[in-house]
Design a protein around this ligand. Structure first.
Ligand SMILES: C[S@@+](CC[C@H](N)C(=O)[O-])C[C@H]1O[C@@H](n2cnc3c(N)ncnc32)[C@H](O)[C@@H]1O
Length: 227
């Protein structure tokens, strides 16, 4: 058995510790013993972007917020399916994750930080949602899902207040896409109660095998908030 090589460690502001390791061409990021990301499992992270952008009906100049960066697969899929005039901001809470992408594993997702349409917001995606609005799409994959794991502060993103903030900062017709490792009927209801048109989709964890992950696509159909 080939041992894992330790590459780095980072504190999550308001949360635990991220630990980056490598074995051959496989990268893993663990948080307090649990594997948060593995470079071999990224199918559903890509589907989050592909399906959200499909629902934006091919606009080429979209403003898209991706939170967080992780290994960059959602960002890569966003860049691949957004138009050439799109502007894509990736919000990442942990500065070391941005450095790891630049220095260790950017190649895994075709170096998405080098794309000239990409800009990086180092900080909480909840802040980015408000600071750099309006958005055509907000894609959230910052944790295990609405039930959290890495950081209790992330719960607010999935709360009624967090959903209404996302809604307010979306353009009419804009979409909030959310990734989760598990189904969460209460979250589905919350999206709907906040006045968004919700679709819940279950996708394979990996492109070919593995368990199921849950994605939500919630569209702002009204013209309230930012236009
Ligand atoms: C599961 S990973 C994302 C995986 C990513 N979708 C991919 O394709 O590789 C979660 C990422 O979100 C970051 N994160 C956690 N909470 C955050 C927050 N509140 N704002 C921004 N980034 C956050 C973590 O540091 C981690 O890099």
């Amino acid at each position: 058995m080939i041992p894992w090589e330790f590459l780095g460690e980072a504190k999550v502001p308001g949360g635990g510790t991220l630990r980056l390791t490598k074995r051959n061409d496989e990268f893993s990021i663990r948080t307090d013993g649990y594997e948060l990301m593995n470079s071999r499992a990224h199918g559903s992270e890509e589907v989050l972007a592909v399906e959200a952008l499909k629902r934006l009906a091919g606009r080429s100049d979209c403003r898209i917020l991706v939170g967080g960066l992780g290994m960059g697969f959602t960002l890569r899929a966003t860049l691949d399916h957004a138009g050439e005039n799109a502007a894509v901001t990736v919000a990442e809470l942990v500065p070391e994750v941005v450095e790891w992408n630049r220095h260790h594993y950017g190649h895994l997702a075709g170096h998405p930080l080098k794309d000239e349409r990409t800009s990086v917001f180092v900080g909480d995606v909840g802040e980015a949602i408000k600071k750099e609005a309006p958005w055509d799409a907000i894609l959230l994959d910052v944790d295990n899902g609405p039930d959290g794991l890495t950081r209790s502060g992330n719960d607010s993103l999935y709360s009624k207040t967090g959903i209404l903030s996302a809604k307010q900062n979306l353009r009419p017709g804009g979409i909030l896409g959310v990734w989760s490792a598990h189904a969460d009927p209460m979250f589905t209801k919350r999206l709907s109660h906040c006045g968004l048109a919700v679709e819940e989709v279950h996708v394979k964890a990996r492109l070919k095998r593995g368990g199921m992950h849950t994605l939500w696509f919630a569209v702002k159909t009204t013209i309230e908030g930012i236009s």
